[in-house]
Design a protein around this ligand. Structure first.
Ligand code: SAH
Length: 459
C-alpha cells in the first residue's frame, strides 16, 4: 500500500485550488462537502465557479506564494503541466500537501472515489491503477448503502452519551447492532428521523433491563484459504466475534474479515514446531466465553476434519459453555475442484477415504489393502513427510507403481500449486512442496497444463 487512507479534518483548514476550469470544478464539488476555507486562484475563472462566491474566495490571477500561507491542501488543477508544476513547488514550499490532478507521481496524496452518506463516508482508492474498477465499486456501494444510513448514523451519534448507560462491551454492541440492523431502518422507513429518535429511546429501555449475554463459542470453518470459499454464516460470525482464536492454516485475508476491535489470538504451530498445548486452547476459550465474549474458534478447512474438534467441544461441555459448529470446505474438496476431478465416480470408486498420514504417535496405520485397491481414491492430509512411508506400505499391499497421484499445495490460495505424480514418484514430488498440501491418491489432474511435471521439478 503506497497511499495510506486517512480522513483529514478540514473544519478549520485552508485549501487552495490553482485553476478555474472544469478540472478545478470537479475537485471543488467534493471540497464543498467539507467545512474548509477554500480559495480558487486563476487568471480565468469559469462562471460556474464564480457563482460559488462568497463560499469560495476567488482570486483572479495565477497562484502566488502569498496565497498559500497556512494552506493545508493545494490542488494544482490548471490542466497545464508547467503551470501545475509551478503551483506544486509553491505548495511544497508552503508546507502543504499537494495534489497535481491526474499526475500521480507529482502528488503527495490522491483523492479517492467517495460514497457519501455523511457522516458515513466510504473512500475507494486503487492507487491510480484502475479508476474504472473504483467507479464500479462505488456504483455497487451506492446501490447497497441505503440513503437513510447518514441520518441513522447522525442520530445515533447524538445518542451515544445516552447509550453509555449500558456497560461497555458486548451489551453496548448488541444495542447498536439492533439499532443499525433493525430498529433504526424500520423506524426511519415508517416515520423518518423523528421516529428514529423515539425508537432509540425504546430500544435503550429494553436493553437496560436485559441481563448480560452469556458467552459462547462458535467453531467456524475457515475453508482452505480463499475467503470466498467461506460460508455466509462463517463470514457473519467472524464479523461479530469479540475474540478470534485461530490456527496457523487460517490465511491473513480471512483474519482481515474479523471486527477491528476483536482480540485475535493465534494458537497455530509451524510445521512440526511447538504449538499452543491443547489444554491451553481450552482454557483460552473457556476464559473468554466465561466473561460473556462471543468467541470464534476459527479452524482451517472444515472444523471437523483433523481439527481436534471433539476435544474442544468436550472441554466446553465440561465448563457449561454453549457452542455450535459451522461446517466448511475441507482442503480435499478444494484440491479435487482445482484438479477438475470428482472425489467419487460411478464405476471407479464408491467410497472416499480422508486419512491423516500421521497421528500423535507417529506415522498413522491405515487399511493399506483398501487404499491399495484399484480405483480407490484417498485424500491424505498432513502427508508430505510421510510420503515415502505411505508409498512403501501401498506398494507392499499390491498398489500399482503407476497409480495416479495429484498433490495440491496451498489449495485455493493465490500460490496454489498442482503437481501430477504417480505412486512411484510420490516421495520426490512431495519433497518439493513447502506449504500445506493434500495428496489425492488415485486421481490425476485433469488440466495437465496447470501441473508441474517431474522433469520440471528436477531442473
Ligand atoms: N481441517 C482442515 C485439515 C487440518 S489438518 C481441513 O479440513 O482441510 C492440516 C492439513 O490439512 C495440512 O497438513 C494439509 O494436508 C491440509 N490442508 C489444509 N489447508 C490446505 C490447503 N489450503 N491446501 C492444501 N492442503 C491443506
Amino acid at each position: 500500500m503506497q497511499h495510506f487512507p486517512i480522513f483529514l479534518d478540514l473544519a478549520r483548514a485552508h485549501v487552495v485550488i490553482g485553476g478555474g476550469g472544469e478540472i478545478a470544478l470537479a475537485k471543488l464539488r467534493l471540497l464543498l462537502k467539507t467545512q474548509a476555507t477554500i480559495t480558487v486562484c486563476a487568471a480565468h475563472i469559469e462562471p460556474e465557479i464564480k457563482a460559488l462566491a462568497p463560499r469560495v474566495t476567488l482570486v483572479n490571477r495565477p497562484v502566488l506564494a502569498c496565497d498559500l500561507g497556512g494552506a493545508r491542501l493545494v490542488y494544482a488543477a490548471t490542466g497545464d503541466a508547467g503551470e501545475d508544476a509551478r503551483i506544486a513547488r509553491l505548495g511544497h514550499d508552503a508546507g502543504a500537501l499537494v495534489n497535481v490532478v491526474d499526475n500521480l507521481d507529482a502528488s503527495d496524496f490522491i483523492t479517492p472515489a467517495i460514497v457519501d452518506r455523511d457522516p458515513v463516508v466510504v473512500a475507494i482508492g486503487t492507487e491510480g491503477a484502475a479508476p474504472v474498477l473504483a467507479r464500479k465499486i462505488k456504483a455497487q456501494l451506492e446501490d447497497t448503502l441505503p440513503a437513510s444510513l447518514g441520518s441513522l448514523a447522525r442520530i445515533g451519534k447524538a445518542f451515544r452519551k445516552m447509550a453509555d448507560a449500558l456497560p461497555q462491551g458486548a451489551r453496548r454492541r448488541a444495542f447498536w447492532a439492533a439499532y443499525y440492523n433493525e430498529a433504526g431502518p424500520r423506524a426511519y422507513a415508517q416515520g423518518g428521523a423523528h421516529s428514529v429518535s423515539q425508537a432509540l429511546d425504546k430500544l435503550l429501555a429494553q436493553h437496560l433491563v436485559q441481563s448480560a449475554p452469556k458467552g459462547h463459542v462458535d467453531f467456524v470453518s475457515a475453508g482452505p484459504g480463499d475467503p470466498e470459499l467461506m460460508t455466509l454464516k462463517a463470514r457473519k460470525l467472524l464479523d461479530r466475534a469479540d475474540v478470534v482464536i485461530h490456527d496457523r492454516l487460517v490465511t491473513p485475508e480471512i483474519l482481515e474479515l474479523a471486527r477491528r476491535e476483536a482480540l485475535i489470538i493465534s494458537v497455530g504451530k509451524q510445521g512440526f514446531g511447538p504449538s499452543t498445548p491443547q489444554p491451553d486452547i481450552h482454557d483460552l476459550m473457556i476464559e473468554h466465553a466465561g466473561q460473556g465474549a462471543h468467541v470464534v474458534r476459527l479452524k482451517g478447512g472444515d472444523a471437523s476434519v483433523f481439527g481436534r474438534l471433539d476435544e474442544e467441544t468436550e472441554a466446553l461441555d465440561g465448563a457449561g459453555i454453549p457452542w455450535q459448529v459451522v461446517p466448511g470446505v475441507t482442503s480435499a474438496s478444494s484440491a479435487a475442484a482445482s484438479i477438475g476431478q470428482s472425489l467419487t465416480s460411478r464405476g471407479r470408486n464408491r467410497s472416499l477415504r480422508l486419512v491423516t498420514a500421521h497421528d500423535m504417535k507417529g506415522y498413522a496405520d491405515q487399511d493399506w489393502a483398501g487404499l491399495a485397491a484399484p480405483g480407490a481414491v484417498t485424500a491424505i492430509y498432513m502427508g508430505k513427510r510421510a510420503a515415502r512411508f505411505v508409498q512403501g506400505r501401498l506398494l507392499m499391499h499390491g498398489a500399482a507403481p503407476d497409480t495416479p497421484v495429484a498433490l495440491v499445495e496451498n489449495a485455493s490460495r493465490p500460490d496454489q500449486q498442482i503437481v501430477s505424480a504417480t505412486l512411484a514418484s510420490l516421495p520426490q514430488m512431495a519433497a518439493q512442496l513447502e506449504g500445506p498440501a493434500v495428496i489425492l491418491l488415485g486421481l490425476a489432474p485433469r488440466q495437465a497444463h496447470q501441473t508441474l511435471s517431474l522433469q520440471e521439478v528436477a531442473q
